[in-house]
Design a protein around this ligand. Sequence first.
Ligand SMILES: C[S@@+](CC[C@H](N)C(=O)[O-])C[C@H]1O[C@@H](n2cnc3c(N)ncnc32)[C@H](O)[C@@H]1O
Length: 417
Amino acid sequence: MNKPIGVLPPTFDRADGHAVFPQTDHDETARMNFLTGLNVHISRTLSPGVRTTYENRVKPTLEKASGGAPITSATDIRKAMLHDPYYQQWGALRRNTQEASQQASLDIALRQIDALSAAADALNHGCDTLSLDDGLRIPPYQAAVDNHLMPGSYYTEVQPGDVTAAATYEISLFPIGGASFGAKGDGGGRAMANFVQGRFPDLMPKRILDIGGGIGGNTLPLAAAYPDANVIVVDSAAPMLRYGHARAQSMGYGNVSFTQGLAETVNIKRGSIDLIISVMFWHETSTKTVSVALAHMHSLLAPDGVMLHLEQPNFDDNTPAFDRFMRDWDAYYNNEPFWPKLHTLDVFQAMEDAGFKKEKLFDAGTEADIEPGRFQPWSTIVTRHRHETKDLTDTGRKLSALGGYKGERWWLFGAIK
Ligand SMILES: C[S@@+](CC[C@H](N)C(=O)[O-])C[C@H]1O[C@@H](n2cnc3c(N)ncnc32)[C@H](O)[C@@H]1O
């Protein structure tokens, strides 16, 4: 059982700004702080109560109905829990907090839409490191929903040159993640850079590709780790790339280019990339896209090149039905329709099917690296997704035969070509 934390999460004014980061006034900052705290409270204090209500109120009824047989179906649990008042209250609060976090972030961005566009324009103008494709069609699986309830998703443009979708994305990560992504929102990318340097000390990538890299928040730690590399962020959404490019320029990164394209088709020379990464990308793509995009990545990688993805951990054979039910909540109430499929996908088989050799696959677990000393150490593990990983004291779990994941918050999987 999680213990009450007794201290508040880091405040929004401690997020690192840059030239295109939206300004917030007193009330907006207070709203972001409240929402960050509320998300942490839901995750840390209220979410464990869902398990308690299941064990004490719902499971006994289900077991009675099944004649004492163990409950193994997440669907049966969900159907029964829908009638439970604690679950209803918890779900409504979680959904409303997510909506409020997104809306508060969008309001902040829209209030300064012209200033944000102008700031991005000033930094992007004349640069050949930003390449947009007006003709790119957002794929139906991405256009079908506004992922994680972000109004307008990543690609909506309110006016020409708009970057508000991207600004909303960047600042909303703070409250919805309970400040657990770090001051620059790059805790995942920093952890990946640490991992690559530790695991592949001889890898000196000349070209790095981040697929679905968005605003490049998690790409820049790789660009910092390999300052001589040419780093390419590919994303389908123009606002993300405009904003991300300006952001990287303002932070002094000359070695990062931003290109509009799709994971499954982006036009890059085959065999020319030494390191391919993605961060929180696969759970927002269709299952069909996973296989096509993996095969495309295989073709883009140079011999001995490394592919590395950061995602939430998948289910394994030992994942209890209750945990499956909890972790698929976002599919029903947070506009993340592909989570259940990804949670049960055998990604190792998918990588093999894409052309990678079985003996060259690997996985591992990691915590976000929130820059030691910047935020309280616990803030990396206190998020709305906290209940979705094993308790950190229980390191017995093995996700796969490859056995690298032991209950950490983030799951890394990949392959060497
Ligand atoms: C959850 S965001 C993650 C962004 C970034 N990796 C990060 O860590 O902040 C997913 C990103 O994938 C992009 N995306 C979704 N489907 C895509 C596709 N088929 N090809 C390229 N980008 C895609 C979205 O536009 C969005 O920016």
